[in-house]
Write a new protein. Structure first.
Length: 167
């Protein structure tokens, strides 16, 4: 049984955030490709071949590409790699849109980074259902309305909620 002082914390983490934000943006523009479904990375500059990998698709990961490695090294591992330069203004805008949606479920949002935040869901179940049901609804709305996927972990504190989201 839950104690009266027990908290319910959700940790929301955007999957491969920079790549996901870019893919969702391109979809809004009508671009046919989906960066999440091809070997692609966010980082550096394709023309000058400078910079590092900031985010990668699952297919790029399968090709052995690692976050933080140089664009030159990444290109050597995957010749058909699509490289998209970072768009930090887009990431900030996408992060704000995410927080705006989350505030519909709780006024208590703590930003951890551009792609992660904590939502205090304590005593909100009377409005939106049990935490698990609410987490599924939040996840589905984020995908439907914002175009990217998230992991959501739920626990009684931030550390455990973050760990739960990584399972």
């Amino acid at each position: 049984m839950e104690s009266e002082n027990s908290k319910t914390i959700m940790h929301i983490d955007v999957n491969s955030a920079f790549l996901s934000f870019q893919a969702a943006y391109e979809k809004q523009l009508g671009v046919k490709r989906d960066l999440r479904n091809i070997p692609s990375v966010i980082g550096g500059n394709q023309n000058t071949r400078h910079g590092i990998v900031l985010a990668k698709s699952q297919l790029a990961k399968k090709a052995g590409i690692k976050t933080g490695e140089s664009i030159v090294e990444a290109r050597m591992k995957c010749s058909d790699l699509v490289i998209v330069p970072p768009n930090y203004n887009l990431y900030i805008k996408s992060s704000r849109a995410l927080r705006k949606l989350l505030k519909e479920y709780s006024p208590f949002i703590e930003v951890f980074s551009v792609d992660e935040c904590f939502l205090d869901y304590t005593k909100m179940d009377k409005h939106f259902g049990n935490p698990l049901k609410a987490a599924y609804k939040i996840r589905d709305r984020i995908f439907k309305e914002l175009g990217f996927t998230v992991n959501i972990g739920i626990s009684t504190n931030k550390l455990l909620a973050k760990q739960a989201g990584e399972l």
